[in-house]
Write a protein that binds this ligand. Structure first.
Ligand SMILES: [Fe+2]
Ligand SMILES: [Fe+2]
Length: 193
């Protein structure tokens, strides 16, 4: 349903379970970056009224996710650590060439956002199914549903604002590229690592 071409190795959950503080820290920043992405799309593309409306709602939702993760960190007696380098996102953002028309740039940013939501959703699903801590598993099940909706929204906007065939072709190419990146990942206790 998410279109991803390489499923995460379920053994990644075993790595995560050994360091819940690390996954929550990384996850908190994923939610913070999702908030920033929504704000940045508003700033860059104010004339796309429907997008601005949806991104305004998304800012609130993603920052509430950040709060949920941060609250769990506090409840465990931990303090939020520094941001982790997201090698996955760094690699991903190299795919589309820089520049092009405003519409092209918008489509590229929407496709990146759709893919990051899709992979996050897949990771959350795995956590919800495999984590031995049932409370944490339930926490991830709820977030998985939200991120699936975000994936659909971003891909929908890309198809709405760009040329449908061109967008679908780019989406398939991006999915292939992402699967290639994922081959070397799934080894760290981070959301995309
Ligand atoms: Fe989120
Ligand atoms: Fe999201």
């Amino acid at each position: 349903m998410l279109g991803l071409k390489l499923p995460t190795d379920p053994r990644w959950v075993n790595i995560v379970e050994k360091n819940i503080e690390e996954i929550l820290t990384d996850h908190a920043y994923c939610e913070q970056k999702a908030t920033s992405t929504a704000i940045s799309l508003i700033v860059s593309f104010p004339e796309y009224t429907e997008l601005v409306t949806e991104m305004t709602a998304l800012v609130k939702e993603e920052i509430s996710h950040f709060k949920m993760v941060h609250d769990r960190i506090i409840a465990n007696g931990w303090v939020l650590g520094r941001d982790r380098k997201d090698e996955y996102v760094i690699q991903l953002l190299k795919f589309f060439p820089k520049g092009g028309s405003r519409t092209t740039q918008l489509v590229h940013r929407l496709l990146y956002a759709a893919l990051i939501e899709a992979r996050s959703c897949e990771r959350f699903r795995l956590l919800s199914e495999e984590l031995k801590d049932k409370d944490l598993a339930e926490f991830y099940r709820n977030l998985m549903v939200s991120e699936a909706n975000h994936y659909t929204m971003f891909l929908g906007f890309a198809r709405q604002y760009g040329d449908r065939d061109d967008v679908d072709e780019k989406w398939q190419q991006l999915l292939d590229y992402e699967a290639d990146i994922m081959k070397d990942l799934s080894k760290k206790e981070t959301i995309h690592g």
